[in-house]
Every structure is written in structure tokens, then in C-alpha cells.
Design a protein around this ligand. Structure first.
Ligand code: NAD
Ligand code: MG
Length: 297
């Protein structure tokens, strides 16, 4: 059977998708994406790299977070899944895959724009898993707007609350529970260094996440807690089909990369597994770019 280790040409390993113009209300659903995204359901093969670990993943219902949740479970971790209540259908599918891997899946819907929800989420994770040693801050909000004046104050606030404040609240709440050996992984973006003109609010949150990661990494390194980030390029997920891109741009999505195609969530999961696992013990404050070859600083 083909898995992530199968030798293949990465250019043709995944079809060059040409998504039809489509639009879903936020947050989009994976179940409604055309074409379907690959979350690694049929391909990710675990080899015990996270045996006995306890992970909290935000945005674990779909896209990059869902692919990471599947991979973590198949590597031996129990997973607490955070997502929005509207995403129950997607979350249920991923929870079933985690359980099929023989691991515990705990679904905790809630809006992370609220600091109290973030605090409760961490406490629930610690209680349900009997501790916590991996925190993946992955939930994100991205809405393209052609002009700065089209970004309302409320939308600006919601983008920063979701992408930056929730990361701060969750990390602060988790820290007292994280033993030495734990790993915090934040999700930034190619947008952190190469912002699109239509994403000034979103892209600036990703620059903040990158910077937060590098600063906090130094603070926590002596405690044996590693902080790193993953910076995806254009990845086919519900975020992109629910306002993340102007709909007319969707058919060309990802073609600007040197590889010439969009990435799939399944191609991100190994980066999170690597940073979560003790095998990356000397990797701290790093941003692992997974972007089809777009140049980064
Ligand atoms: P996605 O839509 O599948 O995942 C985003 C998730 O964020 C949603 O499933 C939702 O559960 C969660 N979320 C959003 N607002 C929330 C809120 N208020 N409270 C709780 N949860 C909330 O899309 P994705 O592309 O997999 O996004 C995951 C991360 O990857 C995001 O941080 C995004 O910025 C980042 N990213 C994506 C791309 C890409 O091309 N898809 C590129 C770079 C970075
Ligand atoms: Mg989702």
C-alpha cells in the first residue's frame, strides 16, 4: 500500500487540482470541499514516534489540523480536538479515525476568541488525557479583502483574537501543566514574510506568530519545552473556500509555487510529527516551511 514513505515524484504525487469557484460560509466544512482534500486517511502510516503522548490540537476537525490529528493518533498519541460547534460533522469523522487507530479522541467544540473558552479547553484536555505534553496552535481565520477599508474593525479584531490571542491564552494556560520534553507547535504561514495584498490583517497575524514562537522558544528552552512553528504554503483546505481567497482565484490556487501545484493537508502532518517528537530534541525556535518551494528568509 502507498504511504508517506513510498518513493515517488512529489510533483505528480498529488494531482494538480483546479478547484471550481466555490464559496462556503465561515468556517468552511471539509465535507463540502471540491475537490476533496487529502488528510492522509488512507495513507498515513505511524511508526510509534509519539507513543503515549498527550496532544491538544486546535482546528483539528479539518485541513492541516485534521491531518495532524490523524497522524498523531497513528503515531501513538491521544488527542483532544478543538473546533467550532458548526464543524461537528467534520470533527466526528476525525474522532472516529483517531479511535480506529486505537487512541483516545476527545471533542471539545468552542469559540477560541473567548479567553475563558481557551482556559476551559486546556483544563479539559489535562483532565481527559491525564496531562498534556503537546500543544498545537493551529486554528486560524483568513478572509481576503481587496481594500483595507473593507476590513471592519470587528473582523480585524476576530482575526487577531483567533490567530494571535488564542495562541497566547492557550499557551499561558497550558504551560504550568507541560512537563520537560513537551512541545508547542504554532502554525504560521508563507504570508508571514510574503504577504498578499488582499490579506493584510491575516498576514500580519502570521508574522506575529512567527516572532512569538522565536521569542518564547528562548524563554522555555532551559525548561526543556520546545517551541517551533510550521509555515505552510498554499494548502487545499476549507479555509481557502470560505473567504480565504477571492473565489475567482481558486482555480489557480497553488500554481505559483515552484512545484506548480497546491499542497495537501496530508503533506503537512509529518512536519508536526517531527516537531512534536523527541527526535527533534535540539530543534528550537525553528520555522519549518512546507510550501512547495517558495523562497523564505
Ligand atoms: P481549516 O479551515 O481546515 O482549519 C482552520 C480551523 O480553525 C477550522 O477548522 C476551525 O476549527 C478553526 N477555527 C477558526 N476560527 C475559530 C474560532 N474562533 N474558535 C475555534 N476554532 C476556530 O484550514 P487550514 O488551512 O487547515 O488552517 C489551519 C491553519 O493553517 C491556520 O492557522 C491557517 O492560517 C494556517 N495556514 C493555512 C494555509 C493554507 O493554505 N490552507 C497556509 C498557511 C497557513
Ligand atoms: Mg474546519
Amino acid at each position: 500500500m502507498t504511504d508517506q514513505y513510498t518513493f515517488r515524484n512529489p510533483v505528480t504525487a498529488y494531482e494538480q487540482i483546479q478547484p471550481p469557484e466555490q464559496s462556503q460560509p465561515e468556517p468552511g466544512l471539509d465535507s463540502r470541499l471540491t475537490p476533496k482534500a487529502d488528510l492522509g486517511e488512507d495513507t498515513y502510516r505511524g511508526t510509534g514516534r509519539l507513543e503515549g503522548r498527550k496532544a491538544l490540537i486546535t482546528g483539528a476537525d479539518s485541513g492541516i489540523g485534521a491531518a495532524t490529528a490523524i497522524a498523531f493518533a497513528r503515531e501513538g498519541a491521544d488527542v483532544v480536538m478543538s473546533y467550532l460547534p458548526e464543524e461537528e460533522e467534520d470533527a466526528t469523522k476525525i474522532a472516529e479515525l483517531i479511535e480506529k487507530a486505537g487512541r483516545k479522541a476527545v471533542k471539545v467544540p468552542g469559540d477560541l476568541k473567548d479567553s475563558a473558552v481557551c482556559r476551559d479547553l486546556v483544563e479539559t484536555a489535562v483532565r481527559e488525557l491525564g496531562g498534556l505534553d503537546i500543544l498545537v496552535n493551529n486554528a486560524g481565520k483568513q478572509v481576503a479583502q481587496k481594500a483595507l477599508g473593507d476590513i471592519t474593525d470587528v473582523e480585524f479584531d476576530h482575526t487577531y483574537k483567533t490567530n494571535v490571542y488564542a495562541m497566547f491564552w492557550l499557551t499561558k494556560e497550558a504551560l504550568p501543566h507541560l512537563p520537560a520534553g513537551s512541545s508547542i507547535i504554532n502554525t504560521t504561514s508563507i504570508q508571514a514574510y510574503s504577504p498578499s495584498e488582499t490579506l493584510v490583517d491575516y498576514a500580519s497575524t502570521k508574522a506575529a506568530i512567527n516572532n512569538f514562537t522565536k521569542g518564547l522558544a528562548q524563554q522555555l528552552a532551559p525548561k526543556g519545552i520546545r517551541v517551533n512553528a510550521v509555515a505552510p504554503g498554499p494548502i487545499w483546505t476549507p479555509l481557502q473556500a470560505s473567504g480565504g481567497q477571492p473565489t475567482e482565484d481558486l482555480p489557480e490556487f497553488g500554481k505559483e509555487t515552484p512545484m506548480g501545484r497546491a499542497g495537501q493537508p496530508a503533506e503537512l502532518a509529518p512536519a508536526y510529527v517531527f516537531l512534536a517528537s523527541s527526535e527533534s530534541s535540539y530543534v528550537i525556535g525553528e520555522t519549518l516551511n512546507v510550501n512547495g518551494g517558495l523562497p523564505t528568509p
